[in-house]
Design a protein around this ligand. Sequence first.
Ligand code: ZN
Ligand code: ZN
Length: 244
Amino acid sequence: MELSIIASGSNGNCYLLQSGKTSVLFDAGKSCRETAERMAALGKDIREVKGIVLSHAHGDHYRGIGPIARRLGIPVYVRKPVYLACRQGLGPVDVRHFEDAFRIGDLEILPIETSHDVASCGFVVGRFGIFTDTGCVTVQMREIISDLDAVLIESNYDERMLKTGPYPLHLKERIASDRGHLSNEDASDFIRRYGDHLSQVFLAHLSETNNSADKVRETFESFNEDRPYVVCSRFRQTGTFRIA
Ligand SMILES: [Zn+2]
Ligand SMILES: [Zn+2]
């Protein structure tokens, strides 16, 4: 299976998974045009995408979905409460609801419980996990990680930068809560405790205001020494990676 990180960060998230003849986008928080351009820069053709899977109803995850789905004539896979929360924003699309494991072509997709301020989920596809937008490590995340070879996990904010930064108090509290986002420390500690066997770690969904790639690196290396990892770029496509 191949992972292409098209966009990652609080300004837009989009991941492409490809296996055999199946290409699927997970979230699409950038415009149709920017998504297509970033994919082309990685040698990928957006017209090969067979479906889009949505994790939750925040604009940085669904903003591009309506236009992409209509342009390509492809279905959107979404849990019912998530669809109800963003149906206006999606506009008319071919909706397929899921609750449990489902299949798109060669990809077997398992939703995983996350903890956010709206209905949300992560995903396990094969031996790869996508865990973003969660204020804490859920029991299901902790249990399933032993079955995985590769994980893309949110490393959203530096705890000190959030505390001393410009956000209003209520927003700081929301982000740091169990239904907000994972800090660099949370993500690095999760990998140190439970991810010793992983062959690939992608640190994702960095905040613009409360984080930097340097802070992510510094924290991850202090917890995990010389373990290899990739920090996903907020500014451009990060790359294509062969994963389990
Ligand atoms: Zn997000
Ligand atoms: Zn979110």
